[in-house]
Ligand binder design. Structure first.
Ligand SMILES: Cc1cc2nc3c(=O)[nH]c(=O)nc-3n(C[C@H](O)[C@H](O)[C@H](O)COP(=O)(O)OP(=O)(O)OC[C@H]3O[C@@H](n4cnc5c(N)ncnc54)[C@H](O)[C@@H]3O)c2cc1C
Length: 390
């Protein structure tokens, strides 16, 4: 049965990212009338390397957008480790059929979702919620269009803050960032190569993990690989204000004799298109206050180390829609069911992100040595396995 717009409940979604679009599509199916506001003037692609695991693909399938998401998983998976001399040592090799996790750039997922949003769901660009009042008079939101300066006060039945790790909705409704952002004392700089590094297999995943610093090179099937530099620091605030290349040249000075490090730093020198940011998780005891909820990085940012941020945003939107389908008349029951179902999944991935961060950027020499020893075992096993050739 078609929904009648005049009787549909209205939901305001702040943020046109993966969390915002997935919840909009899911809630529209559950009979809601979503309006998405996005602060930027137009969609802009975030083309960084992203793993896209089974949970996310299943959620995308439920939303009807899986086929619209372009995937770039390489056919072969060769894993090389950079040793202390800079040699690339093969430590595992496989042929990927099912592709788990699949490899995409973030905008592949966003484009897939957009194909179901465009023309179907109201989207207002250059728009922010500048005040949110959830009281006796209902949920009233003052919206401002930063391009025209126009302000309108509108009534909604639900508001979803899907506005990322540094969420304004969270700050306004739940409290200051310091209460919820848990620092990893870690920085990341990620960018795509214009062309593959010289003399290095463009389909290989390359990892160098040294104490407090790491480099990863991640391949795609149909574009040049992505580079990720990461390092630990107790003073995240001091990392802004200087070009990342200057900082990284200092941090990786001890590794400059390794050809892959030298080439990756040179490539960064020549690009303006990089992401450089600190790493934080978001920990909250509840993602809900009255008629306002948070979803995606704003609620539970898992960090890039979990490899599950995109899947959690998709899955979170799908579970929200399903909860409203089960409890169409009762907001409290629907939101309680949503949070109850999602919490164990988010908690598990949040806990795993710590060890995965330690594995990629070890914090102590002892851990670095243990990881190097583990790689040696993998290398030996790989050499011994029948049918495998170096
Ligand atoms: C370098 C890096 C690598 C990553 N790698 C992976 C990976 O391999 N696998 C994985 O699963 N995840 C990865 N992630 C995490 C993943 O990208 C995020 O978890 C996911 O994109 C979160 O989506 P979101 O919609 O919650 O937030 P966002 O993508 O941050 O979207 C928020 C949206 O809200 C808008 N917005 C912000 N403030 C306002 C406002 N006040 N008003 C209106 N609009 C606003 C923003 O413009 C944006 O469009 C990585 C993240 C980074 C930074």
């Amino acid at each position: 049965m078609a929904n009648n717009p005049s009787t549909e409940k209205r939901v305001l979604i702040v943020g046109l990212g993966i969390a915002g679009m997935s919840s909009a599509i899911a809630l529209k199916r559950a009979g809601w009338n979503p309006v998405i506001v996005e602060r930027v003037r137009q969609r802009k692609p975030a083309d960084y390397y992203t793993s896209f695991d089974r949970t996310g693909r299943k959620a995308a399938e439920k939303l009807g957008v899986l086929d619209a998401i372009h995937q770039r998983t390489p056919e072969r998976r060769t894993f090389l480790q950079v040793d202390s001399d800079g040699q690339l040592v093969p430590v595992s090799r496989s042929t990927v059929k099912a592709g788990d996790p699949a490899v995409v750039v973030r905008s592949d997922i966003e484009n897939g979702l957009w194909s179901a949003v465009e023309g179907e769901i109201e989207v207002r660009f250059s728009t922010r919620a500048i005040s949110i009042e959830d009281g006796q008079r209902g949920l009233l939101v003052l919206l401002e269009n930063s391009a025209t300066g126009e302000r309108t006060e509108e009534r909604f039945d639900l508001l979803i803050g899907a506005d990322g790790m540094r969420s304004t909705v969270r700050r306004r409704v739940f409290g200051p960032d310091e209460r919820y952002l848990v620092p990893f004392d870690s920085m990341v700089c990620q960018f795509d190569l214009d062309e593959p590094l010289e003399g290095i297999d463009p389909e290989a995943t390359i990892v160098m993990s040294e104490t407090d610093r790491a480099l990863g090179i991640f391949p795609f099937s149909d574009r040049s690989p992505a580079v990720r530099f990461a390092y630990r620091t107790k003073n995240v605030n001091a990392q802004v204000g200087r070009p990342p290349i200057q900082i990284l040249r200092e941090i990786f000075a001890r590794d400059i004799h390794k050809p892959v490090v030298a080439q990756a730093l040179d490539a960064l020198e020549w690009t303006d298109d990089y992401l450089f940011d600190s790493v934080h998780q978001v920990h909250m005891d509840s993602w809900r206050k009255g008629r306002v909820i948070l979803l995606g990085d704003s609620a539970w940012c898992l960090t890039l180390y979990s490899g599950m941020g995109t899947s959690a945003a998709l899955h979170g939107g799908v579970v929200l829609g399903e909860s409203f389908e089960r409890h169409p008349e009762n907001l409290d029951d629907a939101l309680a069911a949503w949070e109850r179902r999602l919490r164990p999944f988010i908690w598990g991935n949040r806990v795993l992100a710590g060890p995965l961060h330690e594995w990629f950027v070890p914090s102590r020499p002892l851990v670095t040595s243990a990881i190097a020893a583990g790689w040696k075992v993998s290398e030996a096993v790989m050499r011994m396995r029948p049918g495998r050739k170096d």
